[in-house]
Design a protein around this ligand. Structure first.
Ligand code: IPM
Ligand code: MN
Length: 377
C-alpha cells in the first residue's frame, strides 16, 4: 500500500473520452496547486480508434501502468464499426479486461440529484424530481454474471445455429458485492431520503432465474450480519417503475452485472442524465473511475459534452484514495471538489447542451476550476 504521491493513470480512450479526461486532468492539476505534490499523472492512449490505427487495443506500457497505478481514470472506449475479430467491442480489454483482471468487483454508481440540475423529459428541460428525493447508490456486480466470457456460437456450414451467453453467479462474487453494499449503507449517514432509514435493496429476477435465487439467498445470509440495516427486495422489472415513481425510497441498491448495467442508465435520468453519472470500479487492491456515458461518437471533437460526470468520477477517486490510505488530505480534496461542483451546478452557469445550455465542455471546465480555486483545501 503506497501513499502520496499517488500514481494516477489516465486512459482517455475514444470519442469524447479524451475531451472529458482533458478537463479531468486540468481539474487534478488545479486541485494540486499549493499542495505538496499529492499525485503524479501519466496518460496512455488506447481503445477502438487506437486499435484501428495500430492493430492493438493499447500498448504493453499502458497495460503495465494501469496495473501498477494507485488509481485509474478512464474516459470511454468504443467506436462505431470497429470491433475485435471475435466480435467484441474494440477497447474491451481496457474496460471489461481491467474490471476482471484487477478484480474490480463492485461497480459503484451514485445517483444523486444536485440542486440546479435539470431533467430532460420529452425534449423539455425542467425540474421533475426534487434534489431532496434522489440520493441513492446503485452497486452493480462487475466481474461475472452475463458478462462472464463463457459464450459463443455453434455454426454448422454457413449459418449460426445457436448463440449462447452463460450467466455465472458465484458465492464469492455475490457475497463480496452484497457485503460491499451493506458496508456502504452502514457508512452513509443520511439513509434513504424517504425516512432516513439505512436500507439495502436487492434487485433481481429471483421469481424466474436460478442465479438470482442464489443471489437473493446470499443477500439474506449477508444481511443477518447487519441487523441495523433494513432489507428490501425488488424484481428488476418492478424496480424500473418504482425507482422513477418513488426514488426517495432508495438508499443503497445492489444487483447482478447486466441488470445493474441497465438500471444505472435508467436511474441516471433522475440525476440529470448521463452527463452527471459517474462510476467507480472498485476491488480490494485497485480502483478505476469513469464517467458512465461512453464515447458518444456523435459529439466527438465538438467540445460539447458535459464534463461533470468526469468531475464526479475524479471526486470519487480522491475519496476512495483517502479511505484506502487513511489519508485525510485526499478526503479534504474530495470534499473541496464536491463543494465546488455543487456551487457551479447550483448557479446554473455551466450548463452544456444536454442541460439546454450554451456552455462548452471547456467552458464548464473553466467554471469548475475557478470554483475550486475559491474553495480552501
Ligand atoms: C458501462 C458500459 C460498458 C458495460 C460497455 C462499454 C462494455 O455500458 O460501463 O456501463 O456494458 O459495462
Ligand atoms: Mn452501461
Amino acid at each position: 500500500m503506497s501513499g502520496a504521491p499517488y500514481d494516477l493513470v489516465l486512459l482517455p480512450g475514444d470519442g469524447t473520452g479524451p475531451e472529458v479526461v482533458r478537463q479531468g486532468r486540468r481539474l487534478l492539476e488545479t486541485l494540486a496547486e499549493g499542495d505538496s505534490a499529492p499525485w503524479r499523472i501519466a496518460e496512455h492512449p488506447g481503445g477502438a480508434q487506437y486499435y484501428q490505427a495500430h492493430g492493438r487495443e493499447w500498448t504493453e506500457e499502458a497495460e503495465t501502468a494501469a496495473r501498477q497505478a494507485d488509481a485509474i481514470l478512464l474516459g470511454a472506449v468504443g467506436w462505431p464499426g470497429v470491433s475485435l475479430p471475435n466480435g467484441e467491442i474494440a477497447g474491451a480489454s481496457i474496460v471489461l479486461g481491467l474490471r476482471r483482471q484487477l478484480d474490480l468487483f463492485a461497480n459503484v454508481r451514485p445517483c444523486r440529484l444536485y440542486p440546479g440540475v435539470l431533467h430532460r423529459i420529452s425534449g423539455e428541460y425542467k425540474q421533475v424530481w426534487s434534489p431532496k428525493n434522489v440520493d441513492m447508490v446503485i452497486i452493480r456486480e462487475n466481474t461475472e454474471g452475463l458478462y462472464t466470457p463463457a459464450h459463443g456460437r455453434l455454426t454448422r456450414g454457413e449459418g449460426t445455429e445457436v448463440a449462447i451467453d452463460t450467466r455465472v453467479i458465484t458465492r464469492k462474487g455475490a457475497e463480496r458485492v452484497i457485503r460491499y453494499a451493506f458496508e456502504l449503507a452502514r457508512r452513509r449517514s443520511r439513509g434513504a431520503p424517504e425516512d432516513g432509514k439505512k436500507r439495502v435493496t436487492c434487485v433481481d429476477k429471483s421469481n424466474v432465474l436460478e442465479g438470482c435465487r442464489f443471489f437473493r439467498e446470499t443477500f439474506d445470509r449477508v444481511a443477518t450480519e447487519y441487523p441495523e440495516i433494513e432489507r428490501d427486495y425488488a424484481y428488476v422489472d418492478a424496480f424500473t417503475q418504482w425507482v422513477v415513481r418513488n426514488p426517495e425510497h432508495y438508499d443503497v441498491v445492489v444487483s447482478t452485472n447486466m441488470m445493474g448495467d441497465i438500471i444505472t442508465d435508467l436511474a441516471s435520468v433522475l440525476q440529470g442524465g448521463m452527463g452527471f453519472a459517474a462510476g467507480g470500479n472498485i476491488g480490494t487492491e485497485h480502483g478505476m473511475f469513469e464517467p458512465v456515458h461512453g464515447s458518444a461518437p456523435k459529439y466527438a471533437g465538438k467540445d460539447q459534452v458535459n464534463p461533470f460526470a468526469t468531475f464526479f468520477a475524479v471526486e470519487m477517486m480522491l475519496r476512495w484514495l483517502g479511505e484506502r490510505h487513511g489519508d485525510a488530505r485526499m478526503t479534504r480534496q474530495a470534499d473541496r471538489l464536491e463543494r465546488a461542483l455543487g456551487r457551479v451546478i447550483a448557479a446554473g452557469s455551466a450548463r452544456t447542451y444536454d442541460q439546454g445550455g450554451p456552455i462548452s465542455t471547456t467552458g464548464a471546465g473553466d467554471a469548475v476550476l475557478t470554483a475550486v480555486r475559491g474553495e480552501a483545501a
